[in-house]
Every structure is written in C-alpha cells, then in structure tokens.
Write a protein that binds this ligand. Sequence first.
Ligand SMILES: CCc1ccsc1-c1ccc(O)c(O)c1
Ligand SMILES: [Mn+2]
Ligand SMILES: [Mn+2]
Ligand SMILES: [Mn+2]
Length: 255
Amino acid sequence: IIKTQDEIEKMRIAGQLAATVLEMIGEYVKPGVSTGELDRICHDYIVNVQGAIPAPLNYNGFPKSVCTSVNHVVCHGIPSESKILKNGDIINIDVTVIKDGYHGDTSKMFFVGDVAPHAKRLCRITQECMYRGIEIVKPGVTLGDIGHVIQEHAERNNYSVVREYCGHGIGKIFHEEPQILHYGKPGQGLVIEEGMTFTIEPMINLGTRHTKLSKTDGWTVTTKDRRLSAQWEHTLAVTADGFEIMTIRSEESFG
Ligand SMILES: CCc1ccsc1-c1ccc(O)c(O)c1
Ligand SMILES: [Mn+2]
Ligand SMILES: [Mn+2]
Ligand SMILES: [Mn+2]
C-alpha cells in the first residue's frame, strides 16, 4: 500500500537503525562465536542502545530477535548457544527493527574466517541479484520485471532461485501486500507505484532450488540437497523517478 512522505521518513529511520545493527555485529562474526551470542548482542543493542523493538521476537512464536542462517540454511535459522561458527562458514544475519511503529528489514552475508571461493562467489552473485532487482525499481515497472532480472542473473550463473519465500510489502506491519517474487516474466504482475515500500530479499542456491522446513523446530529452512544458500535483503521505497534504499549501509556505494 502507498505510504505518505511522513511515513517514509519514519521508515528511513527504522531502516537506518536496522542497517546499523548489521554494521555493529560484523566484528563479532568469528570462528568460535555461537549464533545465540550474536543474537544476544543484536537484541541488547536494538533494545538498550537504539530504543527499538526486534520484530522477529515472538513473531508467530519465533523465539529469538534475529535470524541466523548458516551455510545450507536458506532462511529463518534460529540463533542457538549450541551453534558455534567455524572457519569457512557463511552466515546470513537478518535484522528487522520496529521504531515509532515502522519496520526496517535487512540482511547480509558474513564470511567466517577464510571462505572457499565457490562460497564467496555465491554470496557475490546473490548480492548482485538483489541490486539488479533494486536498480530497475521505478513507477510503472511490474513485479514480474523485478523477479525476471533476479532469476535471469542467478540462473545465468548456474544457480537456482528459492520459490517458497519472497519479499514483501512493509510498513507498520512486518509483512503486507504485495508479495515480491524473486522469479518471474517481464511485464507480468502488479505495476509498482510511487510511495510503495517493500523488501527485495532473494535466496539463491548453489544446487537445486528445493527446500525443506524443519520438522523439529518448525522454522529452519534448509536446501533439500544440503548445498549452500545465500540471501541479501534491503527495504526500499518507490520514489517519483526511481527508488530509495531505506536500509543502505555506509559500506555500500550505490548509483
Ligand atoms: C523470524 C521472522 C520470521 C518468522 C516467520 S517469517 C520471518 C521472516 C524472517 C526474515 C524476513 O526478512 C522476513 O521478511 C520474515
Ligand atoms: Mn529480513
Ligand atoms: Mn523480509
Ligand atoms: Mn545460507
């Protein structure tokens, strides 16, 4: 749905808080740290320093404040004291904060120690998929155009696009219309308009696109073939002549 300029200003603030959490946590992502420890550091920073609320905590019963998805975990990994990062791991940390009633939702891949070239390449191409989807955003573009450019880049690089999870409208509500699919055909689907705010968060697999939902914890999504998966996410607003990324980090040079 369409946001007013005042609402977009509030999303800018929430988005920048979420981006800052990802900038803060990087130095702690090292071999030997547990994902439970990373969650605690993020939670305490969000609550005590930012005076914000971690949106995942208790969202549909999710037990922690961020999602930590390691290696072949596609998304929704639950932080755990018993999950210790090791040299060579890749991990997505997904942060959503609520500030003044509005959500900012963003994630990135971190390398744990020395990561193999094929894993680094998956992470790079996945980030490029997200950027290529973002770069075409402007009023008049369709959701199918966005999905197509993401799918095209992933599949040209012999990777596959996860279908079961998608980007989403975001604002006062964590997930609202429209669904942003990370695959599709040019010209198809909803036409995007100025004032829409949504995430683009492609999950790209090294092997096949198929995923499994954990029967034990009911959250953790893994690749069926247990090969690597990567994800990057930004929250953005559609402007009169293009887009504005709400969750941009200072490490990113854009446009
Ligand atoms: C942990 C939050 C959660 C629970 C069910 S879906 C979900 C989630 C996680 C990361 C996201 O970027 C998102 O949009 C939703
Ligand atoms: Mn997210
Ligand atoms: Mn999201
Ligand atoms: Mn992964």
